[in-house]
Design a protein around this ligand. Structure first.
Ligand code: GDP
Ligand code: MG
Length: 317
């Protein structure tokens, strides 16, 4: 929602024994260098897959809202594309959007990969956020991979760049320390009605999530061979009488050579991608899914400066 600021009347503000129940709600933006674990954390907090996770950088393109309800409060975590040095027009738009998103939120959480430390993009971001006046929380992630002594030094170093209201040591992968974050963030959320209906876990439609899941499997199966520009579109979403779902998707890539890699010898690679995506979609949607993938070459769409409404990106604002 940029609907997000249009309140949703949950009924939780009704009077019970003449005492008003106060609800809180707000936007918490997750920022950090690519690959630090923002999407993993979002999924961990929500308790469901709402954002795709890969080892490959720059996979989150849309602003995904993951909604967590705890007691009377609604936490809307916003997963952002990583803040990275922008080279292409699309990157530039994503970075600008991310900074605007930060300014619209109630709390900012900076995620750091403890195994990588502060060098590179994390350091650049630390410098940039020092001027942000919002409550800031430092999340030291991937603690399952690092010795304790190193973690404390990392916190000291990060705090030299800017003031953080609090620091949490977490493992987004196994959930260690993640729930504690909510109790602290709650204090920074305004007392307002909830922004989303109580049963909604994300702003991502099932159609959108289905194309994201296929994109995730593309990266998993092709590693370095496919640039992050590959794009998946849903062409057809058909509910069958027997309760199953037929989904046709087209994978757009930039070059013919990528098409050969993607399809693989005797179609082996694309079949594997399709089978992995179908399996996960069936589990998520709790029904049988028939997934059909088509590969098409559409040259250099990443450099195309047309606004892309599907991704919520625009060059105009
Ligand atoms: N060991 C470990 N790996 C993690 C943890 N959190 C994320 N990862 C891995 O880091 C990679 C990038 O995660 P992702 O959530 O996509 O990062 P993002 O680019 O910041 O959204 C994936 O391979 C995750 O499985 C963690 O707490 N521990
Ligand atoms: Mg991500």
């Amino acid at each position: 929602m940029d609907k997000a600021r249009g309140w949703y009347n949950t009924g939780t503000q009704c009077l019970t024994s003449s005492k008003e129940i106060k609800t809180r709600a707000g936007l918490i933006t997750l920022i950090g260098a690519p690959n630090v674990g923002k999407s993993t954390l979002l999924n961990q907090l929500v308790g469901a897959k709402v954002s795709i996770v890969t080892h490959k950088v720059q996979t989150t393109r849309r602003r995904v809202h993951g909604i967590v309800i705890c007691n009377n409060d609604q936490f809307i975590f916003v997963d952002t594309p990583g803040i990275f040095e922008s080279r292409r027009p699309l990157d530039h738009v994503m970075v600008n959007k991310t900074w605007r998103q930060i300014k619209n939120s109630d709390v900012v959480c900076l995620v750091i990969d403890s195994a990588k430390g502060l060098k590179g993009e994390s350091e650049v971001i630390l410098r940039k956020i020092s001027c942000i006046k919002l409550p800031k929380i430092l999340l030291i992630n991937k603690i399952d991979r690092v010795k304790r002594e190193k973690l404390f030094q990392l916190v000291i170093n990060a705090n030299e760049y800017t003031y953080f209201d609090n620091t949490f040591m977490i493992s987004a992968l196994n959930g260690d320390g993640c729930k504690d974050i909510l109790n602290h963030i709650r204090n920074f959320l305004p007392v307002v009605p909830w922004l989303y209906p109580p049963n909604q876990v994300s702003n991502v439609s099932q159609r959108m999530l289905s194309s994201e899941i296929t994109r995730e499997k593309l990266y998993l199966c092709l590693h370095q061979e496919l640039p992050y520009s590959a794009r998946v579109e849903v062409e057809c979403w058909e509910e069958k009488i027997d309760g199953s779902l037929k989904i046709d998707q087209t994978i757009y890539i930039e070059r013919l050579s990528q098409k050969r890699i993607l399809i693989g010898n005797k179609g082996k690679t694309i079949k594997r991608i399709s089978s992995m995506a179908r399996k996960e979609l069936s589990e998520l949607l709790k029904r049988q899914v028939h997934l059909f993938l088509l590969v098409k070459v559409r040259e250099r769409w990443v450099d195309n400066s047309e606004p892309d409404p599907e991704m919520g990106l625009s060059f105009l604002d």
